[in-house]
Design a protein around this ligand. Sequence first.
Ligand code: NAG
Ligand code: NAG
Ligand code: NAG
Ligand code: NAG
Ligand code: NAG
Ligand code: NAG
Ligand code: NAG
Ligand code: NAG
Ligand code: NAG
Ligand code: NAG
Length: 727
Amino acid sequence: MEGTSLVMVGMLVMVMFVCKGNAEEVTYDGRSLIIGGQRKLLFSGSIHYPRSTPEMWPSLIAKAKEGGLDVIQTYVFWNVHEPQPGQYDFSGNYDLVMFIKEIQAQGLYACLRIGPYIESEWNYGGFPFWLHDIPGISYRTDNEPFKLYMQNFTTKIVTLMKSEKLYASQGGPIILSQIENEYQNIEAAFGNEGRSYVQWAAKMAVGLQTGVPWIMCKQTDAPDPVINTCNGMNCGETFTGPNSPTKPSMWTENWTSFYQVFGGPPYIRSAEDIAFHTSLFIAKNGCYVNYYMYHGGTNFGRTSSAYVITGYYDQAPLDEYGLQRQPKWGHLREMHLAIKACSKTLLAGQQSILSLGPLQQAYVFQEVSGDCAALLVNNDTRNSATVDFQNSSYQLPPRSISILPDCLNVTFSTAKVTTESSTRTSRSNIALSSSETWEMYNEISPNFLDNSFEADDLLEHMNATKDKSDYLWYTVRFQPDSSCSEPTIHVLSYAHAAHAFVNGIYAGGAHGNHDVKNFTLEIPVKLDSETNNISILSVMAGLPDSGAFLERRFAGLRDVLIRCNGEDDYSLTANYTWGYKVGLTGEDLQIYKEENLGDLVWSGHETSPPQPLTWFKASFDAPDGDDPVALNLSTMRKGEAWINGQSIGRYWVSLLTATGTPSQTLYHVPRSFLKPTENLVVVLEEIGGDPLGISVDTISISSGKSKIVDSHTREVQNIIRPERMRA
Ligand SMILES: *[C@@H]1O[C@H](CO)[C@@H](O)[C@H](O)[C@H]1NC(C)=O
Ligand SMILES: *[C@@H]1O[C@H](CO)[C@@H](O)[C@H](O)[C@H]1NC(C)=O
Ligand SMILES: *[C@@H]1O[C@H](CO)[C@@H](O)[C@H](O)[C@H]1NC(C)=O
Ligand SMILES: *[C@@H]1O[C@H](CO)[C@@H](O)[C@H](O)[C@H]1NC(C)=O
Ligand SMILES: *[C@@H]1O[C@H](CO)[C@@H](O)[C@H](O)[C@H]1NC(C)=O
Ligand SMILES: *[C@@H]1O[C@H](CO)[C@@H](O)[C@H](O)[C@H]1NC(C)=O
Ligand SMILES: *[C@@H]1O[C@H](CO)[C@@H](O)[C@H](O)[C@H]1NC(C)=O
Ligand SMILES: *[C@@H]1O[C@H](CO)[C@@H](O)[C@H](O)[C@H]1NC(C)=O
Ligand SMILES: *[C@@H]1O[C@H](CO)[C@@H](O)[C@H](O)[C@H]1NC(C)=O
Ligand SMILES: *[C@@H]1O[C@H](CO)[C@@H](O)[C@H](O)[C@H]1NC(C)=O
């Protein structure tokens, strides 16, 4: 295909892409996106391809479609795709093209949020760590080295999409692309260079000529023709609107819940509340609402950002396993149907807003043809209200929006949930409770002489590991004066956990949390009068993912001293040579892979006091059936788990919420990771958990309770009885 032209016709900005095939032009004006000449009111949901498996994609997308979505929205995850500069990976669950083609095969549209900064509670906000070592780089500002790599990756993705004909302008499903992400949050930190960066990013993106519009979320100064969109919980109340009358009102992240951190409780947002705010946004001329997330999924491996748990947005309409979370999924589905029944009138009608009472309004959309649709808002959180609208009386439940596709009958009320709740059950299928099942290997703390490099000070953790591992050993040799009695070691760390070993003996550990990442470890130690080997393991649970100057963050040990009773402190921070080793022996050997198991000597499981830094292995047969599978790690404390060589993510069961419960005990094992028999499970336990309590569970939701069991259920069955009463 060739030939691109940017045409401005009055208030209508048209981006036309001339090509063969059933290409659809995607344009927009102040009211909506216009696809193939038709105005669209679109419901969209975020599903991130690396957070599930290709085997799960067809069913996730089908359930999203059945739930009434038109669009699947995903970020593009730079760090998985370009692990080294110029080396690309689009295999397995990183197969972006296959994911977009699956969306297309099911007849849905796609919104591609390239970023390439994405935040997304994803390691380093999606940046590959090698960016950190590009000379002179400063991320996300008017900085030549950064712009070069950002443009390079953005171009790579756009070129890939074009070569597969995936833009709507080429007959593909992609109707929108996003550049940058919530940049306004940090723009001020960069002054003029922040503003010029926004201009540059927009121009660079538009110059790539995708043939479909670009958006920037949370960016009120998005330059034309890029559309600024809203992210948040309550965009119907908070969005100040597009920055030009020629741009439509779009909500790119309607948070269905919120991400959860280790040590934090789940955030539960009710189906009624989500429906209220979505309907309000539509009433206020919104034309696109995206649920963030529609399916959250799993942060496999070490992909989550600092402290974020492995299950991602499990409270979304499709839970971590892809099961429908009711009533959320069903209630939103009914709302989509009610709104879709009048979307033509909503988009073409003249909007008027009538007061029906002190806290009640009608948003009325009237077409010249006489067709009429209305949304009746009751913003009284306590009381229902009886209102008169067009000579009929309506009872509006507290804090609700009622949808009247014909200005007469109420077909949906955001506050009336008719979908029954589902209950999720985990059933322990296989208990790995016999000590004969397990074998173990204890990591040995390295001494100064085992190090791989040295420095005369305490190095920054991330720059030392290059994110090859969560673990960094800091080792030092130390000889006290003979008079040092009751010695204690004091360690100040800037993230996230630390374990101290003295002469090979574990002395203790400490950790921070999501809100206060720094912490102090203070423990008594036993010192030899000769040279002592002090080894401190610094541990990160994910890299930071947000904020300005990400490239300058500091993590790891800041200060180490030995305090003797009644004596001066020995500061080991300065004037000592430190030895460094990145990662654990088991990681170096990749002993979680079947073929490497023999590279070290495993011993039988002992029930003696648990040792920190222990690897455990066992094998199990896959549970029968198709139900999703999870490992119940409730008796473990902190570490990572692998099934047949594939990491199912970090676990941190011992970091409790304020109410004393773990944030996550069940860890998803995708069915596609399993063989029928003899599946290898390897668990790295950092602190000292009990593997005999681990079970292989199957997950199911209560059946027969949900009204929407049959995918052929038609609209009528979901319509609420008309609420209307004669005046
Ligand atoms: C940009 O990417 C291409 C490969 O797609 C590579 O050949 C080129 O060297 C890259 N340029 C820079 C500046 O990284
Ligand atoms: C956005 O999502 C939040 C939480 O999921 C919900 O409370 C709110 O009503 C939604 N708003 C819109 C406009 O969909
Ligand atoms: C409802 O009332 C609250 C509190 O006064 C206000 O913040 C909000 O904007 C109102 N929402 C609507 C839709 O009127
Ligand atoms: C409501 O009733 C009044 C008086 O009976 C009538 O003039 C008006 O047309 C009616 N409005 C609607 C929308 O039916
Ligand atoms: C709307 O309500 C009226 C009166 O109750 C009824 O006759 C009509 O069939 C309803 N229309 C729809 C589309 O449900
Ligand atoms: C990061 O590590 C590299 C060596 O890999 C070193 O050259 C560089 O100075 C370090 N940067 C910082 C900020 O410490
Ligand atoms: C410290 O490590 C060295 C070298 O590994 C070893 O020879 C020495 O015995 C260790 N010292 C103590 C007190 O364990
Ligand atoms: C720890 O971090 C907090 C911010 O989270 C900071 O205010 C405090 O000064 C830090 N403490 C130390 C000892 O660095
Ligand atoms: C480090 O050594 C230098 C000179 O060798 C000395 O001046 C300085 O006080 C020492 N610093 C510490 C923290 O001991
Ligand atoms: C995990 O297993 C423990 C028993 O070890 C059980 O008490 C707990 O309920 C299980 N957790 C879940 C979520 O099923």
